[in-house]
Design a protein around this ligand. Structure first.
Ligand code: ADP
Length: 481
């Protein structure tokens, strides 16, 4: 792959820029080799980008939904056509296996497609009046300029999941991608430009997170901030948004429990748990963070899962057959190891794995790990690990395990594995989570609402629910003779 050693990474009002004296180097997390340098933008660039987005609002929002739809359709097509190359760029900057990266790019294109379809369906309401001489209308209006802040774990789909519904609704956007993974963001901007998106409708600013964030928070023109990332930054944005009463949509951390009941299909459940935990090397906010297995099947299930974990191939995501890539950076690797050491010091048993991977690549790789004898006082049982460790606890009572699963400040995703429909319905209703997967660990899809409760966030992404985040309801009351 031929990437220049400096990439223009700031897009304002349709014009690409770099900043020669302020750059940031992007590294391949598998090898720790530099890939390219991008601009390290700050307050000035963010303010200009917001201004461009505000200027673009009238013409973009006044277009018909059908007209906006055409551009999103085209962008989705272009993205699918280029999925292999985009996947390679994604793997290069993020590390995940190429097959997962290409899958993510196609998933990102699917968000553009879904919201291309939704763009012409921003229905309002006609309310039957209680007074004969009135007519009551509810008109959905685009909220205005949107500030979008995205994370590194899904550098492509997290962007289209936010900007596709925003654009469909008639909003304009300033995007700040994660510092680790700006290259996928740059590619998405180029696709939107090629699809015919007018200048200024989407703007991209890479650089100083705090400064760009401040511009979004302090500028009154930004009416909504949509953010995916840590709960700590989400709380900060929420607090600061109070000054101008900005709307927020937050996808924050998770600590997903997976429950394997005694009536589960053991082979199927083990394969699903494997997928849930080790996709993207455990760096997914909805991935299993704690596993509860009924004691009557615990031995058989753990044996099966261990066999599968031992077969996982670690390596560079660009090598064929790799299933586990590197962790994103040193900080991530240190956190994973701290969770392991804390658990072992408090009595956990290492069933397999349990150490940084001793391979021939320089990146931060970690052995896929299973822990048993796990107790609730271990960090791993309440804090997000974001890495390839599964702690297993056993249970023998349905009510007890639901109580344990719900005992968390987070409320993003939970999973249950059972072949008993009554149990599936009963327990999915009792779990305090925004998303419940029943024999399904990949619930994210463009047509359905994805989002957490409690400290996992506010608002939904996906489905018609995702577009309504970007619309405000205007009530028009008409007196008639
Ligand atoms: P992580 O630790 O997993 O990177 P963060 O919440 O720090 O999670 O990052 C998610 C996104 O939020 C990234 O794009 C990051 O640059 C951005 N971010 C971090 N701090 C701030 C901040 N103070 N203001 C605005 N954005 C921020």
């Amino acid at each position: 792959m031929n990437i220049e050693n400096q990439t223009k990474s700031i897009l304002i009002d349709g014009v690409w820029r770099d900043i020669e004296e302020r750059t940031e180097t992007i590294y391949n997390p598998a090898t720790l080799e530099p890939i390219t340098k991008v601009a390290y933008g700050g307050r000035q660039e963010a303010d200009e980008a917001i201004q461009a987005a505000a200027k673009a609002i009238p013409s973009w929002s006044e277009m018909t939904g059908r007209e906006r739809s055409g551009i999103l359709y085209k962008a989705s097509e272009l993205m699918n056509e280029d999925a292999e190359r985009l996947g390679e760029i994604l793997t290069l900057e993020q590390g995940k296996p190429l097959s997962e990266a290409i899958g993510e790019v196609k998933g990102a294109a699917a968000f553009l497609l879904w919201y291309a379809e939704e763009a012409s369906r921003g229905y309002g309401e006609w309310i039957p009046p209680s007074n004969k001489s009135k007519r009551l209308l509810v008109i959905p209006k685009p909220i205005g300029v949107v500030g979008a802040i995205t994370p590194w774990n899904f550098p492509s789909s997290m962007i289209t999941r936010k900007i596709a519904p925003a654009l469909a609704a008639g909003c304009t956007v300033v995007l700040k991608p994660a510092p680790e993974t700006p290259l996928s963001a740059i590619e998405i901007m180029k696709i939107l430009q090629r699809a015919g998106l007018p200048d200024g409708v989407v703007n991209l600013v890479t650089g100083d997170a705090e400064e760009i964030g401040k511009a979004m928070l302090e500028n009154k023109d930004v009416r909504l901030i949509t953010f995916t990332g840590s709960t700590a930054v989400g709380k900060y944005l929420m607090q600061e948004s109070a000054k101008h009463v900005k709307k927020l949509s937050l996808e924050l951390g998770g600590h997903a429990p997976s429950i394997v009941f005694e009536d589960a299909d053991i082979e199927k459940a083990a394969t699903l748990v494997l997928g849930s935990k080790f996709r993207n090397n455990g760096q997914t906010c909805i991935c299993t963070n704690r596993l509860y297995v009924h004691e009557s099947i615990a031995e058989a299930f753990t044996t099966k899962l261990t066999e599968k974990v031992n077969e996982l191939k670690i390596g560079s995501g660009l090598e064929e057959d790799t299933q586990l890539g590197p962790l994103i950076n040193k900080k991530a690797a240190e956190k994973v190891h701290a969770h392991l050491e804390d658990a072992v010091n408090k009595g956990a048993e290492v069933v397999c794995g349990g150490a940084p991977w001793d391979g021939d690549l320089k990146g931060y790789f970690y052995e896929p790990t299973i822990l048993s004898n796990v107790t609730n006082d271990m960090m791993i049982m309440s804090e997000e690990t974001f890495g390839p460790i599964i702690p297993i606890q056993t249970f023998n009572d349905e009510d007890d395990v639901i109580r344990a699963a719900n005992d968390s400040d987070y409320g993003l995703a939970a999973y249950i594995f059972t072949e008993n429909t009554n149990r599936a319905i009963r327990t999915s209703e009792k779990l305090d989570y925004g998303i419940v997967g029943v024999n399904d660990v990949f619930p994210a899809t463009p047509e359905a609402p994805f989002g957490g409760i409690k400290q996992s966030g506010i608002g939904k992404e996906g489905g018609h629910h995702g577009m309504s985040e970007f619309l405000e309801e205007k009530f028009v009351s008409i007196g008639i003779d």
